[in-house]
Design a protein around this ligand. Structure first.
Ligand SMILES: CC(C)(COP(=O)(O)OP(=O)(O)OC[C@H]1O[C@@H](n2cnc3c(N)ncnc32)[C@H](O)[C@@H]1OP(=O)(O)O)[C@@H](O)C(=O)NCCC(=O)NCCS
Length: 219
């Protein structure tokens, strides 16, 4: 089972990293793969309640790969951790099948509470370089989280989210129209100028009206 998972991870790199040449090269030279191999064994020990050995393996893995995956994290099949360096995956995180995780990604929590506190990713999710997904919520299948985004809320299936905090910009590949929330300083200044001109016109009209009334009332 563990060996099958490792083989599927290697295949995932070959399929999704254009720079990968052979399975042997991926096995020997990819630190993302090394991190996953260490994790598959650490997770086995964790599931069998040998927590110290599990943590020890994960810390050794962190030393050699710069990828920190808590042994309690549940990772699906065909995961690609590309470049790897700086990836942190928390204890209660769940990663679905065929997900791609780039360097600098954190699947983390936002507080110190115990229990489920890390995100659950569906299948075929892509998490861009440096993105942070923080909290115990679900990210649907086929979602893409942009590089450097900070995602704090759940996402439905097939959504692309960008920015800090991350907001959906595409659903099923179609751009979501932007909702303008507040005016910019320039727009505010233009509005102020428009009001000033309207006040001036009203004053002039009032003066004209007053003169007209005066003319009409004088015999
Ligand atoms: C999020 C991502 C998948 C979007 O891909 P896409 O579906 O082709 O989307 P688009 O390029 O059409 O971008 C949609 C909108 O999101 C914005 N956007 C895209 N990536 C963004 C990012 N990382 N941060 C902020 N905004 C981003 C675009 O500017 C565009 O905004 P606009 O509609 O106002 O012009 C891609 O930009 C990304 O970040 N991929 C991660 C890749 C990565 O980490 N590679 C590491 C290799 S080492």
């Amino acid at each position: 089972m563990i060996f099958k998972d490792i083989w599927l991870d290697i295949k995932a790199v070959q399929e999704r990293d254009p720079a990968a040449r052979s399975a042997l090269e991926v096995f020997l030279l990819y630190q993302g793969i090394h991190a996953l191999i260490w994790h598959r064994f650490a997770h086995w020990f964790w599931r069998h309640k040998m927590y110290f050995i599990a943590r020890l393996i994960s810390q050794i893995a962190r030393f050699f790969t710069l990828v920190e995956i808590h042994p309690g994290a549940q990772l699906g099949r065909g995961i690609l951790i590309d470049h790897g360096c700086g990836v942190v995956i928390g204890e209660t995180a769940v990663v679905g099948d065929n997900c791609t995780i780039y360097q600098g990604v954190t699947l983390g929590g936002v507080g110190t509470q115990k229990g489920k506190r890390h995100p659950t990713l569906g299948n075929n999710v892509m998490v861009g370089a440096g993105a942070k997904i923080l909290g115990a919520f679900e990210v649907g299948d086929n979602c893409s989280i942009a590089a450097n985004a900070v995602l704090l809320k759940p996402l439905e299936d097939n959504v692309t989210a960008v920015g800090i905090p991350a907001r959906p910009v595409k659903k099923d590949g179609v751009t979501i129209p932007k909702v303008k929330k507040s005016a910019t300083i320039e727009e505010y200044q233009a509005l102020k100028e428009q009001v000033r001109r309207m006040e001036e016109q009203i004053r002039r009209l009032e003066t004209l009206l007053a003169e007209k009334e005066k003319e009409e009332t004088t015999p």
